[in-house]
Design a protein around this ligand. Sequence first.
Ligand code: MOS
Length: 765
Amino acid sequence: MAIMQSLFETIAQFVPDKAHDALLDQDGFLGKSLDRVDGRLKVTGKAPFTAEFDLGNVAHAVLVHATIAKGKVSKIDTERARAAGGVIEILTYKNMPSLNAPPLVDIMDLKKGMAASDLPILQDSSVHWDGQPIAVVIAETLEQAEHAAFLVEVEYKSETPAVSFEGMKPQAFEPSDVMGQPAVLKIGSIEKGMQEAEVRVDNVYRTPRYNHNALEPHATIALWKEDGSLVVLESSQSVYTVGASLALIFGIKPDKVQVIAPFVGGGFGGKGGLWSYTPLCAAAAKAVKRPVKLSLSREGVYRTVGGRTLAEQRIALGATRDGKLSGLIHSCITATTEHGRYAEQCTFPTRHLYALPNAYIEQKIVHLDTVANTWMRAPGESIGTFALESALDELAYTLRMDPIELRRRNEPKQDPTTGSDFSSRLLMEAYRQGAEKFGWSRRKPQPRSQREGKWMVGQGVATAYYPYFRLPVKATVCIYADGRAEVKTPAADMGMGTATVQLQHAADRLGLPLEMVSFHYGDSKLGDTPIMAGGSNQTASVFAAVQAAVEAVQQDLLKLAQKSSDSPLAKAKFDQLTARDGGLFVNGNGPGQTYAEILRSAKQDSVEIEQEGGPPMEMMKYSMGSYGAQFCEVRVHEETGEVRIARWLCSLDSGKVANPKTATSQLRGGIIMGIGMALTEETLFDERRGRIMNPSLSEYHVPVNLDIPDIEVHFLNIADEKAPWGGRGIGEIGITGTAAAIANAVYHATGKRVRDLPITLDKLL
Ligand code: MOS
């Protein structure tokens, strides 16, 4: 965000200190635990995923994936495949139309589109990763396409791939930046800080590769219209950037591409940008002059779409006997690719969580020949907090100090990296309330001191943290003469409850009952604005746009009302009005008119305005993030090493909560992903050949119901007065701190410190 910072820092001086909107503290829908508006559709199976849409006359595409990690396709013979039943066409680099390279993700410039890799798609014979699509088979049915894909004969000229992280580590280097922030950060003198330390802990934490495994695998249906425009149904977190990417790749105007994401069955970052299968499907549709559906198998997702990269993080902490950090080193190496270049921001929590008189923070990367890695729920922050919060726990034991007390002693007054004030930071209050609810004081501090029969029992804590983001996006608000209102924006709902909270917010702003407002999303035709469900930004971003658009519409309606001298609003000033009962009324039970009355007497059908939410000055001026305390109790079986999560409590400061029910669900989802990350999940990767070895849910173990206890989520629910509506993001923070809380609880239960995730039985025996 460095560039944005320089853009806005001058203006930020003029931001009023209280950005928080008092209107939303009034009694309304926002803040209430409303059921999801699409809940019934979801549970009755009436909310179709992309691949379930029937466009008629659809052909089916299946990918052929490379089985070497680097080299060339020396021969590709499609003759037998073409002769198989139902086959319509097979695309390889030999007959693929010429396409532009995809636009590599740049969060400062989403308008150009967003792809995790800028490798040209099927334009030549080169192979850059094991799994890269090298042919697309299009047939009448899915089964015919799958069968024919097996008949494509491929020979390779292999080169030695760089696929060993260990082997490449000596060549690790600093990237030019990490998500717009410097890769290396020095505060004070780390030499001095470490010398002054009376106690030191210095360890390396390792996390493996992980894959997203959304319930709905990635899928596309592409259709070219006669006017040369392209319509794509896509399971996506960002219809805008997929559309912009496709326009660039096919060399057509952005308004000639429409991307629709109806109901998205999870994304977690894996559907944040464009991956190669989407343009391949669009190219296939063009080639066969029919709509084409390309629905990736679970294995296909692993081969085509990248996940979280592996990481090695060294954390050295130096502290005085009273528990104050005198020095901190956080140095991490992650893997990326030459065509993706995404360095996981593992060190970001470390930059903002504790007072740091002296610190040395650095990130390095190695380039491997793999599928491009990408964002996966709290990218960087999830694994970064595993390392940092494990290290804090290790320091607490070394000091014989309560781990919450250690954190309290290092609570910063200002952001340790930027020196900015915090907008609002109630981490210690989250710990206090969480500790009380969890019964932390009943815990015996000594490791391996609690048991129930053969189960060793332990409790651990860790801090959760995720930064605040808001993007300047647009929304359209339309009010009709019958009193109904529509909100339109190309947002995505991958399962978070977007439509529900947006309706709550819009209805409050408009002073309308919920059933009089509709929210339209998931279609790039709903607005030319670079929006995405990512970085936990979307709720705040769309709220700000809706606020601006509602205000503009109401101003227009007031002007319209004042054209008639007998209007009860004839002499009213805008800032004296309240939106209630479907219209505008003078404050304090004064006179007013409904929107319907105003429009009808003006003989106008509707008023519609699009507005932008404005630049996110609050995040330029303040250090902003959500904070939480993760409390966990584990049971570890003394003979088998089996780890069971017995209890979970997350105590969270995310400012005001828009909908406690959907928010709780978000947090639970994040914590469940964190439990998977800590205990069962791991993408197994052959370091000799560069191939993912467990691309299936039978061998990549996501947690199931029986792995998960009741997860209690407690929100402080105190408004952040510097945030436009009083709330901050909640989508990703659940996975942060989770793995550390588990590792810390496992240590407490067993006396064994596991620094390599996942914590499997073998590491405890
Ligand atoms: Mo999130 S990893 O920004 O979808």
